[in-house]
Design a protein around this ligand. Structure first.
Ligand code: SF4
Ligand code: SF4
Length: 175
């Protein structure tokens, strides 16, 4: 099982209040991820700049409307909301979006509640973030921020019928 990134030392230091995303070390960066798994949902972009044949990993313009579905990646553990192959995710799922310090300008591609996006937009961490809740994801699950109990695996649906699975809850935010 993957070790929790929310260590006592990180939680007590409250480093996210004083250090920018660009300045975080690896452990600090990893702990900003709230583990909601909203980024593991299939989404579709309405964007005139997208041409037929483009890969889903290509980044659309910021003006395109992003529609989320409740269809989750087949590697997602829907109960824990954790990736079952985190270290090999890019290899196993080429469309998996890995956010880094280098591609922060594309962060609009992440859901509004994404903790990296929140920090990038100056909103701070939300009250439900595990770093503010003794390293637990309980509050996040209770508030419906995570995808727990709300998704289906891509292995069990016909992706061509994605319109039947469009949902708006991944766009919701709670401070
Ligand atoms: S949406 Fe952001 S905070 Fe949530 S799991 Fe994905 S990367 Fe982490
Ligand atoms: S590979 Fe893992 S991190 Fe990437 S979308 Fe799938 S479940 Fe999420």
């Amino acid at each position: 099982m993957k070790k929790s990134p929310y260590t006592a030392a990180l939680m007590s230091s409250q480093y996210w209040l004083t250090t920018s995303l660009e300045e975080l070390n690896k452990a600090q960066w990893e702990a900003i991820c709230d583990g909601c798994a909203r980024c593991c949902l299939h989404k579709f972009i309405e964007d005139d700049s997208i041409e037929e044949g483009m890969e889903s990993t290509d980044v659309p313009s910021e003006d395109g409307a992003i529609h989320y579905t409740n269809i989750a990646c087949h590697l997602l553990n829907q109960k824990t909301c954790a990736c079952t192959s985190y270290e090999k995710r890019s290899e196993l799922v080429p469309q998996c979006v890995t956010l880094t310090k280098e591609n922060l300008e594309h962060i609009f591609f992440m859901p509004p509640s994404c903790s990296y996006r929140r920090l990038h937009e100056g909103k701070g961490l939300a009250s439900w973030h595990p770093l503010l809740n003794k390293g637990k994801k309980t509050k996040m699950h209770e508030l419906g921020i995570s995808v727990r109990n709300k998704v289906v695996s891509e292995a069990n649906v016909d992706i061509n019928e994605f319109e039947d699975y469009i949902v708006t809850w991944p766009l919701s935010e709670i401070d």
